[in-house]
Design a protein around this ligand. Structure first.
Ligand code: ARG
Length: 300
């Protein structure tokens, strides 16, 4: 029987010891395959911190807009250099958080589950995303009945949709997602306000192989046990890397783009055959977001 205890120790340890996990650890240089992706991003032309809806946001701290734009362009260009397609969503003037495009929808098998935001400040972003999908030939579009903040709280592997709740997305949105996508949804309770979206505490490294990394303390004890059971070989992040928003990462199966300050994650990622690429998104961090928050994956 597998132990459901929460994993202990530093970032190099894994939560379990299945034979597959042992093979992966003993062969650190196993090559990884990148799969070309299609992403949707929204430039931070109107990015500001004028309100605070998460603990990272301090409206008294100035934001350097030109720097935010340059950092965002760097991320966009990096995706393109790696061979990925990046579609662009036009930013809305009164929507300073729209740069965090991951929150606007969840797309699987070309089908679109729209978002419904928890806070009034971001409510209008949902319609802007739906309009983009209509204008770009997507037909299976569902406008949600329940609050969900897109890929902020939904993470997709081949076996599951992992779904966060506790701060933003409603537990009812999990049933809605399961019904719409016809995939098993695993509800996970977030308990630390700094990790208010699932994508601030957990990241998919290899979607095809159900390989993830996460920060256990962001989750309730029961959710930690669920994660340890489903992902015994997960990479466990240390508190300082989680605090650098290191779990807010995007992987194409080989390259893992992550906040550059999460230095403790580089070695364990390399040991698994991934190529960590540190990105500087310091200005967007003032809004409580980084690499993943800026990136919505359009899965066909
Ligand atoms: N300021 C935004 C908010 O609080 C940040 C969103 C970050 N996005 C994400 N996918 N975690 O809603």
């Amino acid at each position: 029987m597998h132990s459901a205890r929460a994993p202990q120790g530093g970032p190099w340890q894994t939560a379990g010891c299945t034979p597959a996990a042992r093979v992966r650890r003993e062969e650190p240089s196993l090559p990884r395959d990148a799969r070309p992706r299609r992403y949707l991003m929204c430039p931070p032309a109107h990015f500001r911190v004028t309100y605070s809806i998460n603990p990272w946001m301090d409206p008294s701290k100035p934001v350097e807009l030109p720097l935010a734009l340059a950092q965002w362009e760097d991320l966009r260009d990096r995706y393109r250099t790696l061979g990925h397609t990046v579609d662009i969503l036009d930013p809305g003037p009164g929507l300073p958080d729209m740069v965090f495009a991951a929150n606007g929808a969840t797309v699987i098998d070309g089908r679109v589950l729209g978002a419904r935001f928890a806070h009034a400040e971001r409510a209008e972003e949902a319609e802007a995303h739906l309009e983009w999908f209509r204008a770009h030939g997507f037909t299976g579009i569902h406008r949600p009945a329940h609050v969900n903040e897109g890929e902020g709280d939904f993470a997709v592997t081949s076996s599951y949709i992992l779904a966060g709740r506790g701060f933003r997305s409603s537990p009812l949105s999990h049933d809605e997602a399961q019904e719409f996508f016809g995939r098993p949804v695993i509800g996970l309770d977030l308990v630390d306000p700094r990790y208010y979206h699932l994508d601030t505490a957990l990241s998919i490294l290899d979607d095809a192989a159900d390989e993830i990394m996460y920060y256990p303390d962001a989750f309730s004890p029961g959710s930690r046990s669920v994660l340890a059971r489903l992902f015994p070989d997960a990479l466990i992040a240390a508190p300082e890397d989680a605090a650098a928003l290191g779990l807010n990462a995007v992987s194409d199966g080989r390259h893992v783009l992550l906040p550059q300050a999460a230095v403790g994650l580089y070695a364990p990622l390399r040991a698994r055959g991934f190529e960590p690429l540190g990105m500087d998104l310091s200005e967007l961090l003032k809004g409580g977001g980084s690499v993943k928050c800026c990136t919505q994956e359009l899965r066909s």
